[in-house]
Design a protein around this ligand. Structure first.
Ligand code: SF4
Length: 626
């Protein structure tokens, strides 16, 4: 690591959770996105909203050196509220959401997304048992330490802001009002509303306690119990030539670590660099991806690879696993099969139970649907609470009995437009033949969304009488409530389908990947180009075995990407908040449309695969039809 290496909040926090993360982060700097991630922009918008309560607010520049100079200068005033303050102390620096100065007192203001009841005591006192609160305090403790070193003569305080759980917006389009506010002279109504939305908690004592002794529940054992200052001193002197100076071993924190799996985009691959990964037959099949119960017990015993998980005598062969229960395939049977496969025991290529698929319930045309929703602290319509769901996009692939496939889609892509639910309902109900046949979803999400939209309309039943009838026609077969028109394909997969490449959960993306690997293995992969919204993509059999192979990657722009639901949500919130550049406004809606179209198209591919297999003849070594 170079001697001029600088450490920011993120590097410090990563090092506390696992010292090896610091090693990987400092060797993967070029992997950062070349643009400010949308999630980050949306967080900054919340900071700007909270800043409205401080008259002396000033905003620093994006550039760290400029922001550091501005902070230094503005701290010479008697009173200041510096948004995005940058404070440096030696090789450490911190970017503070809002730094308040009043005389000889500096207050670190942090804004967090977790909903909080306003009936709290107003103070966080140590000891703190909640992991999330300890995480907020750790950030504050690091910031206090940098401030202490840079400005030793000041008294330091910490205040945390949270959206209030009981808040209901009394303004329409609060999100857009904040986005378009004149931050120099905001409207009084808006400031008042923001006062009501956020509640604050004094956290100085608790942050001081964390500063003196890092809590075990959020710290790697190499850092737990040390002070922030001790960890900072140690970071500066780490000798990485000793390879793994803190003798870090695989641990629970690895589960969500970006460096665990072999690297997409040339990211470090921690387990092969530092541990025994290369001695394993299936080094990419980790315990964290085993479904069902038993992972905690395995981790307690220090087992982290699927192939090392113990096989019980009742499930030491496929035949025994199959006999365990009749009816639907259970989660525990899936787990047993994952472990058998990882131990190179014979498992069938496919185990399918056509009766459990329940495809006899389907009526053409089949509408494969996918919705996207956003939740954000700033509501979009009067009467809404923070984090109320906003359905902003759908994609529907309609498959007719003669094999014709038609794609329909809609996205709320106009930043000037307000709350989008009425338009969502209008566009969705305008899909050709949507009131005929069956709607097919993956997970209960879409049917829950339609029920929520119906309930929302019913709160204004005089105004939306016609739309209420439309929604009921979308949801229910003739005959009324109880006869839903929606079929859950995830349930069909869960109860009636297994293939030997299912090495993780039964989420759509995992299942689709396993299906493509299976098709590749059986030489049945369709390598014709697929049309996904405006983009033609080709599947490449020679890459299917790669652990990070992801069909969604093929849909992206060279610079920008929207590869999962969370990224879609963040991109949408930035779009509605006017936080996209003109160039991004051209690119991002297309990426959102491709992403959602891929999700509904994946359902078509999955349905066709299941239909094809369930109509095959059984082959006792490859396809078990049960
Ligand atoms: S994979 Fe585990 S050991 Fe490696 S950096 Fe991540 S958390 Fe640390």
């Amino acid at each position: 690591m170079s001697a001029d290496m600088k450490y920011n909040d993120s590097l410090f926090l990563s090092c506390v959770s696992c010292p090896l993360k610091l090693y990987h982060l400092s060797h993967n700097r070029s992997e950062r996105k070349p643009y400010l991630p949308f999630k980050q922009r949306n967080k900054l918008q919340l900071r700007d909203a909270v800043a409205l309560r401080y008259k002396e607010r000033k905003f620093t520049s994006d550039s760290v050196p400029e922001a550091a100079s501005e902070t230094e200068l503005w701290l010479q005033s008697e009173q200041a509220a510096i948004c995005g303050a940058v404070v440096k102390a030696g090789r450490f620096f911190t970017r503070i959401p809002i730094l308040l100065k009043a005389g000889d007192e500096l207050t670190v203001i942090q804004i967090h997304g977790r909903l909080m009841k306003r009936s709290h005591s107003g103070v966080i006192n140590p000891p703190v048992y909640s992991r999330s609160t300890a995480g907020y305090l750790l950030k504050a403790a690091y910031r206090m330490e940098v401030l202490k070193r840079a400005y030793p003569d000041y008294r330091l305080k910490v205040e945390l802001f949270f959206p209030d759980k009981r808040y209901r917006s009394s303004l329409d389009r609060l999100l857009q009002q904040v986005a378009n506010a004149n931050l120099a002279r905001p409207h009084a109504d808006l400031c008042e509303e923001i006062e009501k939305l956020f509640t604050s908690i004094e956290a100085t004592k608790a942050a001081n306690a964390v500063n003196g002794e890092l809590p075990e529940n959020i710290s790697h054992r190499a850092s737990a119990g040390l002070s922030v200052s001790e960890v900072m001193n140690r970071i500066e002197t780490i000798d990485w030539s000793k390879r793994n100076p803190f003798d870090v071993q695989i641990h629970r924190e690895c589960k969500n670590c970006e460096f665990r799996q072999p690297g997409a985009n040339n990211k470090s691959d921690c387990w092969s660099q530092f541990f025994s990964r290369n001695a394993k037959r299936f080094p990419d099949h980790h315990i964290f991806e085993l479904i069902g119960h038993g992972n905690d017990e395995d981790i307690e015993r220090g087992i982290y690879y699927q192939e090392d998980s113990l096989i019980s005598e009742y499930s030491n062969s496929f035949e025994r696993v199959k006999k365990l229960t009749r009816g639907p395939i259970t989660i525990q049977q899936r787990r047993d099969l994952q472990i058998l496969a990882a131990n190179e025991k014979r498992v069938p290529e496919v185990w399918i139970k056509p009766d459990e698929l329940r495809f006899e319930k389907l009526q053409f045309p089949l509408h494969f649907i996918d919705f996207e929703a956003a939740t954000y602290a700033l509501p979009m319509n009067r009467g809404s609470r923070p984090y109320n769901q906003i359905y902003f996009q759908f994609s529907c692939h309609t498959l007719y009995e003669d094999g014709t496939l038609r794609h329909s889609e809609w996205l709320d892509d106009d930043p000037k437009r307000g709350y989008p639910h009425i338009e969502f309902i209008e566009k969705f109900s305008a899909i050709e033949s949507i009131f005929e046949g069956t709607l097919i979803q993956y997970s209960p999400f879409e049917s829950q969304a339609l029920h929520k939209l119906l309930a929302e309309l019913q709160r204004n039943s005089m105004l939306y009488e016609e739309k209420i009838l439309t929604m009921k026609k979308l949801l229910y077969r003739e005959g009324g409530p109880g006869l839903l028109r929606i079929f859950d394909l995830s349930r069909a997969v869960r109860d009636g389908y297994y293939n030997q490449f299912m090495s993780a959960g039964i989420g759509l993306k995992h299942v689709m990947r396993s299906v493509m690997q299976l098709q590749c293995h059986r030489d049945e992969l369709n390598t014709n180009e697929l049309q996904v919204y405006d983009k033609k993509i080709g599947l490449t059999p020679d890459r299917m075995h790669e652990v990070n192979y992801n069909i969604y990657t093929l849909l992206q722009h060279p610079e920008y990407s929207v590869e999962d639901g969370a990224e879609a949500m963040d991109a949408y919130i930035s779009l509605k908040s006017n936080l996209l550049s003109p160039r991004e406004s051209e690119i991002i809606p297309t990426l959102l449309r491709r992403y959602c179209a891929m999700d509904s198209y994946a359902l078509v591919l999955l349905y066709k695969h299941l239909r094809y297999l369930s109509e095959q003849n059984a082959d006792k070594y490859r396809v078990i039809i049960d």
